[in-house]
Design a protein around this ligand. Sequence first.
Ligand SMILES: [Zn+2]
Length: 342
Amino acid sequence: MSNLERYSRQILFHPVGETGQLKLLESKVAIVGVGALGTVIANHLVRSGVGYIRLIDRDLVELSNLQRQSLFDEEDARLQLPKVIAAQKRLNRINSTVTVDAVIADVNLENAEELLMEMDCIVDGTDNFMTRFLINDVAVKYEIPWIHGAAVSSRGMFTSIIPGKTPCYRCLFPHVPTGRGETCDTVGVLSPITDIIGSFQALETIKILIGEKTTSNLEQIDIWDYSVMQMDISNGKNPNCPACVNHQFDFLDRASEQQVIYTTLCGRNTVQINPRNRRKLDVGKLAEVLKKSGRVSGNDYLLRFFPDEETSMVVFKDARVLIHGTNDVVKAKLLYSKYIGN
Ligand SMILES: [Zn+2]
């Protein structure tokens, strides 16, 4: 019992108990996206004693994250640390007895199954529909429960998707929404709403891991006017759903989907280039070369290069690049070929 002492207040809560705690300690959870929601979710799950947590995120810590992304501080932003590395360091100090696995990557159809298929639960900390459809395909294919969450402005929503029991994400949202939705980069976001939604997602995860009943609603909350809307989705299954009925996983299918190599990150004035051919880059060597053409900074995980006044390129070891300061894919592509090569 002594090593369970740190969880004593949670064990005293009857529905968890020692049995539930032991289940948490044996569980594996992936958190996709370690921003406003992901940091809150990870904080709760690590403190609660979920035994293995895989953090996956493609970005680095910036000053504008600190208003709401609760695991990061000014030093992380100054060092330009990848979010998963900064989060892992902090989480290891909070609970050194659980495993926190940090994966610096963009989740896409190349790696989604490998990263997610062995998990007991997947939690959505992303900010985009494409990744959610991809998570849904993996979750339905491998029958893994996943917790959807989203927050923008003063509003947020969450629900639990349990393959075989509840409608899947594609039942609820049959098509990838076109056009730009409101994002936290265009209309902002308040930190209390991301804290609340992330906390509910962590709660749903804990309930799933210990075998308790989760919500059958799409729960929606607006903290500015104190409104809550509970939309019952228990009858929302689409009898023709490509994913959960026909087992046609379009977002995992290389043949049916055009591979997205260039992604503009909505509202962020950033283009991501994710090369089709994975390779390991020696960022140290590259830094030496790029120094001749502009200012270079960085750390063990990435380098940042400033080819001109407006633009900066963040280069990761897997040859993935974030080009900040432009939404122009052609310009981004030119910079990539010029400085990184094809
Ligand atoms: Zn479905």
